[in-house]
Ligand binder design. Structure first.
Ligand code: DLL
Length: 432
């Protein structure tokens, strides 16, 4: 089993890291050329051979791989190893009709678990910790990824999976869980439940590793305060293995990308042009060490920014800012781009919890835009006039953030369904 903790790699001077990436990229391109006819054809169409890629500086020459390619090649068409050498499959839920499958050799699993182990160590995890994994187990990568990472660190790893909140809290209390791993929306729900049951003194969490969906800084602060922990972000996607593509350190100012395994680029989503560091755009990843499902220049649709500013933790890996959400999540309402994460920021700054739903429809050729927000418990007994005033204030705050008017409806506490995995924030009836 590969050793997870390689501080010499995580803190490697940039030029040495680049050298390592150059060597690994040349090998990865050769592996794809020899074993993935689908991508080889794409390279040939551009007149490329593996010899054209000698270093990271040549990366821009390679064609992009998109979700459409994944669909075209579904399910086995992008595999870099025969099925007989693969040991695992994971998949996205495919709720939007775009199911993605990913394949792993034992070596791939080993390296993926190393990445998750690094995330756990960066969150302060050691073999003394009880790692409470409430990401879903199964096809979703969250549960098994953090689980494998927990084993590598030597944590006492608790495979709770998601759901059954009473049992989650019971185990947390009885076993003294110290690190919680789940989606931020489920963490918020668990925090709410702990307070309702008055269990604050019986829960001994010190940290949380939360990801798989966009969440705001305000939501982070809210969860940290309610649970008395430090909340760390973790990012990843099924196509690239799962969680652990990048992770936060104690500085909490972005997620270090595991650059010995992945090269990140930011491109203009419309033109495909590579953008300079510090510019917002679409995140594109190239795997460097994958065997079963190697991906070159894979367009994630996630919108974010990279920064190579020196980090106080000593890691030299580039950092990605919290993604605003996928460009697929971006709503275009009356011609204006709206991200659910912007709405969440406004709500939390106005003192509401992150329990909301966005409903978009089209009536008489015009978009309607409604935000349903749970009122705080103390507002519940307020007069109708007071609630109407609060709604009006929210309309104003949303308008100044988004530039367009939304209808706001404050609803009773607990009336919006809580999420145990990735929260469903948007109901876009225009697509139904
Ligand atoms: O969500 C893998 C994962 C599991 C990451 C557990 C972190 C923790 P998918 O289901 O394939 O994989 O979804 C990948 O989720 O392209 C982003 O749009 C979004 N995403 C993942 N992590 C974050 C994050 C897993 N920390 C898609 N912040 C990605 C914002 C995130 N969005």
């Amino acid at each position: 089993m590969a050793n997870y903790y390689q501080p010499e790699i995580e803190t490697m001077p940039y030029d040495q890291l680049r050298q390592l990436q150059n060597e690994r990229l040349v090998k990865q391109v050769r592996h794809v050329w020899d074993n993935v006819p689908y991508y080889r054809k794409k390279m040939e169409e551009k007149g490329l051979t593996p010899e054209d890629i000698q270093s990271v500086d040549d990366l821009h020459k390679l064609p992009f791989l998109t979700k459409a390619d994944l669909r075209d090649a579904y399910p086995y068409g992008l595999m870099g190893k025969p099925k007989s050498e693969c040991v695992r499959i994971h998949s996205t839920s495919g709720t939007t009709g775009k199911r993605v499958m990913a394949f792993y050799t034992q070596h791939d699993i080993d390296l993926w678990e190393d990445c998750c182990a690094r995330a756990i160590v960066a969150a302060g995890g050691t073999k003394e910790d009880v790692l409470h994994v409430s990401y879903g187990y199964g096809l979703f990568t969250g549960g098994m990824g953090l689980h494998g990472g927990g084993h590598k660190v030597g944590c006492l790893t608790l495979p709770m999976s998601s759901g059954n909140t009473d049992r989650q809290l019971q185990f947390m209390e009885d076993l003294g869980s110290t690190i919680l791993c789940c989606t931020p929306s489920y963490a918020a729900y668990l925090a709410e439940s702990i307070h309702e049951r008055g269990l604050q003194d019986k829960i001994h969490l010190k940290a949380g590793i939360f990801g798989a969906e966009a969440w705001s800084e305000d939501m982070r602060r809210d969860i940290e305060n309610k649970l008395g922990i430090k909340a760390y972000d973790i990012f990843g996607l099924t196509e690239l293995s799962g969680p652990g593509v990048s992770f936060e350190c104690e500085e909490q100012t972005g997620m270090h990308i595991n650059e010995d395994h992945f090269i990140a680029e930011i491109i203009d989503p419309d033109t495909g042009e590579v953008l300079p560091e510090g510019t917002k755009g679409e995140l594109v990843f190239t795997s460097l060490t994958k065997e079963a499902f190697p991906l070159l220049r894979y367009r994630t649709r996630d919108i974010c920014v990279l920064s190579r500013k020196k980090c106080s933790c000593g890691r030299t890996f580039v950092k990605m800012a919290k993604p605003m959400g996928r460009s697929d999540d971006m709503l275009i309402i009356r011609g204006v781009n709206v991200f659910p994460s912007q709405i969440e920021t406004v709500l939390m700054q106005q003192g509401y919890a992150a329990n909301y739903q966005i409903i978009v429809d089209r009536v008489n050729n015009s978009d309607t835009f409604e935000v349903m927000v749970e009122m705080t418990p103390d507002m519940f007994s307020d007069s109708l006039a007071k609630v109407a005033r609060a709604e009006k204030e929210l309309v104003g705050a949303l308008k100044s953030m988004l530039g367009i008017a939304a209808k706001v409806k404050l609803v009773a506490p607990k009336s919006i369904t809580r999420s145990e995995g990735k929260a469903v924030r948007v109901i876009d009836k225009r697509k139904i």
